[in-house]
Design a protein around this ligand. Structure first.
Ligand code: 6PG
Length: 250
């Protein structure tokens, strides 16, 4: 049994905030993301962020498009990707480009999509892993620290494309692996890569996420069934919940 760690919201680097509604959650997320990106740029002259897909973060991306950031010092990655062309309506890359990246003067070289043009998704995963190793100038076996990794959860407590009961949950030595959603391949950050982040920020909205949250925050539950339990970063962990998702935690 993979239990994963317990989120103690009162510890120094573990935070759970319940916001009145989605708009407030998005505003708080924007505030935190800007704080972490600007801090990274101030200290290291570069900031790295990995985006989540789905619907919750889209209004955040739209607000980021209104910001005046040093775009040449920001590098954008994705924490997971559906295995579809970049023009497909399900593409996380496409969603973020339309909501944010096509609206700001970020250099093309600063945008690092998970490519989905290989017949074999495992080859695509290996290729993206090599790209990340090159970018961070690390050796195989080393893990880079992204400044911010944005995540959501599904009703089944998956995060990124780490789905319950899948082999992707057991991968420990890789940065990138192949996820599996009901037989559909995904490319995803592994739990160890996510856990090396400086800041992990979950955005969770909607009554349909209540059960998943109760199991993620439970003292002991099997992370194989509730994969978000695996996310215990060495850095800061933020859970931003709207009232409908987090009313049992406020
Ligand atoms: C994806 C996401 C996925 C998402 C959750 C929540 O590729 O779909 O990365 O992990 O964050 O499924 O999605 P919603 O925000 O739409 O509820």
């Amino acid at each position: 049994m993979l239990t994963g760690g317990v989120i103690n919201p009162n510890s120094m680097d573990r935070h759970v905030e319940v916001l009145p509604d989605l708009a407030a959650l998005v505003d708080r997320s924007l505030e935190l993301v800007l704080e972490k990106l600007n801090d990274a740029i101030a200290h290291r002259s570069i900031a790295t962020i990995a985006l989540s897909g789905g619907s919750t973060p889209k209004p955040l991306y739209e607000k980021l498009a209104e910001q005046d950031l040093p775009w040449d010092q920001l590098h954008v990655f994705w924490g997971d990707e559906r295995y579809v062309p970049p023009t497909h309506e399900d593409s996380n890359y496409r969603m973020a480009r339309l909501a944010w990246l096509d609206k700001v003067p970020i250099p093309a070289k600063n945008i690092h999509p998970m490519l989905t043009n290989e017949a074999d998704p495992a080859i695509a995963a290996q290729s993206h892993e090599a790209d990340i190793q090159t970018f961070f100038q690390i050796e195989p076996g080393e893990f880079p620290a992204f400044d911010v990794i944005l995540l959501g959860i599904g009703d089944d407590a998956h995060t990124a494309s780490l789905f319950p009961g899948t082999d992707a949950l057991k991968v420990r030595e890789r940065l990138i692996t192949v996820g599996n959603k009901d037989g559909q391949p995904r490319i995803t950050f592994t739990a160890p890569l996510i856990n090396h982040a400086r800041t992990v920020l979950f955005m969770v909205a909607g009554e349909n996420k209540q059960h998943a949250l109760s199991q993620i925050f439970a003292p002991d539950a099997d992370a194989m069934n509730y994969p978000s339990r695996l996310i215990q970063p060495q850095g800061e962990l933020w859970w931003l919940l709207d009232q409908s998702a987090g009313k049992n935690f406020s």
